[in-house]
Design a protein around this ligand. Structure first.
Ligand SMILES: *[C@@H]1O[C@H](CO)[C@@H](O)[C@H](O)[C@H]1NC(C)=O
Ligand SMILES: *[C@@H]1O[C@H](CO)[C@@H](O)[C@H](O)[C@H]1NC(C)=O
Ligand SMILES: *[C@@H]1O[C@H](CO)[C@@H](O)[C@H](O)[C@H]1NC(C)=O
Length: 436
């Protein structure tokens, strides 16, 4: 699986389909030609031609012949009618075929020949299309549905085939590391659709709210297979130099998590201070991008604000942990287009995650997307964005300006790591989408 590059293109599949279609067309054309010859004006039954060679002196024979002729004539008429019908059928079949052929050419996603290799039968279904019942298309603007699948999946056919080779109706393979790597390669959304995830053994009912907001769930509530740690205590105790460096102690709900966003001090803004920049109760729904174990959402929940937390499961069961707190995790990468409609959210927050490790173009996509989903007057709280000092004024400030946010608060400062000054800057900012 590893870092496999694009597969060498194998065009034989496409050629195969093309030659099949060619043969089919040839057969139909031959049939049409035959029908045409037999029904064309030159094949009219001509009685006078027929009688010209008869011996006129034999009236009886002539009558007999005429009788036979009449029978043959009516038989021929029936035959011609049948042939005409066949021609009509063949023509409509040909029209259908031609339109499907055009469809194949127009839409690369249905052209399995472009995949550069064989697709399994399940993968063919996962790619689609799937026809809608007649009469539905006027409402939806399409007469077929394609199951969504990240365009990046197409570049890694071996991995895609591996990922979709599950037993339909059976248990899905536990392969989070592999599947998240696929997501980062642009195979997002992932295409696995018809298997059951493995269930943890000994799952117990969740802790009720509001206690669940600050409760660590029992170890039996999740599958530990994909992680180095096999218990929540291990996640809390793991060495601070290893693992996901910006969320190294965020599973410890009694530690630093307990005090985050409670005080307003320099680069660290307080939740209540941020909420008070807007009329009471008007910040109600939002998103925390890369929200770790969900503590931001928990604090907001205590203030009756509903926050969805996006997170990947690198080095830890972040999604399950957030859900166990009674909060909503959403499993999307930072490159994913936000799954919200435009002008809808009151607030978007992100701490540490949006920073200079993200390629500039992807970061700009994300910033525009945050702007898109925020409602007019919505808040974007950029919390401890880090970068090198030289990047701040040359790359990032112009980028924020390009996207078009208003600046309500802005704090930049040198980064210190355990008292040691690093050659990195932190930026915290409260930005606002203009009202118009
Ligand atoms: C012609 O056909 C009719 C009925 O089909 C029959 O009555 C008649 O005898 C036939 N005439 C001859 C000459 O065979
Ligand atoms: C949250 O809502 C509940 C129920 O409406 C209310 O009792 C409580 O005071 C609210 N809490 C805050 C911090 O506004
Ligand atoms: C960026 O520019 C501002 C003013 O334009 C300046 O005060 C600040 O020191 C600069 N920051 C860095 C990190 O160079």
């Amino acid at each position: 699986m590893g870092s496999s590059e694009d597969n060498p293109r194998k065009p034989h599949k496409q050629t195969h389909i093309k030659s099949k279609l060619k043969i089919l067309l040839l057969v139909i054309l031959t049939n049409i030609l035959t029908i045409y010859i037999f029904t064309s004006p030159s094949f009219k039954f001509n009685l006078s031609d027929y009688t010209r060679n008869l011996p006129l002196w034999d009236l009886h024979t002539l009558l007999q012949q005429q009788n036979t002729t009449q029978k043959e004539f009516s038989a021929s008429t029936t035959q011609i009618a049948e042939l005409k019908q066949k021609l009509a059928t063949a023509t409509s079949l040909l029209e259908t075929l031609l339109s499907e052929l055009a469809h194949f050419r127009e839409d690369p996603s249905t052209n399995t020949g472009d995949w550069g290799g064989e697709l399994s039968s399940e993968l063919k279904l996962l790619v689609g299309p799937h026809k809608l019942p007649l009469g539905f298309s006027p409402n939806m603007g399409t007469d077929e549905i394609y199951p969504p699948m990240g365009a990046g999946c197409r570049k890694f056919l071996d991995e895609l085939n591996q990922y979709t080779s599950y037993d339909v109706g059976g248990e899905c393979p536990v392969d989070n590391v592999f599947s998240q790597r696929l997501m980062l390669k642009g195979c997002e959304p992932l295409p696995r659709r018809r298997c059951h995830p493995k269930s943890p053994v000994g799952y117990v009912e969740p802790t009720p709210l509001p206690t669940s907001l600050w409760a660590t769930p029992p170890d039996t509530s999740i599958i530990w297979e994909p992680y180095n740690c096999k218990s929540y205590q291990c996640l809390i105790d793991r060495p601070k130099t290893k693992g996901y460096r910006d969320c190294k102690d965020c599973f410890d709900l009694q530690g630093r998590e307990k005090t985050r966003w409670l005080r307003d001090n320099g680069l660290d803004y307080g939740i209540d201070d941020i909420l008070s920049t807007k009329p009471p109760g008007t910040v109600r729904i939002g998103l925390d991008i890369g929200g770790g174990t969900g503590t931001f959402a928990a604090r907001m929940r205590e203030r009756n604000v509903t926050i969805i937390t996006s997170t990947m499961d690198f080095d830890g069961p972040f999604n399950s942990f957030i859900a166990s707190r009674g909060l909503i995790p959403i499993h999307i990468s930072v490159a994913h287009r936000l799954p919200f409609f435009e002008n809808t959210l009151d607030i978007v927050h992100s701490m540490h995650v949006l920073s200079n490790w993200i390629p500039d173009t992807i970061l700009e996509f994300t910033l525009y997307d945050i702007y898109r989903v925020l409602r007019p007057g919505g808040l974007f709280w950029l919390d401890r964005f880090f970068c090198r000092g030289s990047q701040l004024n040359t790359t990032y400030v112009p980028m924020f300006n390009r996207v078009g946010f208003n600046k309500l608060r802005w704090n930049a400062g040198l980064k210190f790591d355990r008292g040691v000054q690093m050659n990195e800057w932190y930026l915290s900012a409260l930005l606002e989408k203009p009202m118009s």
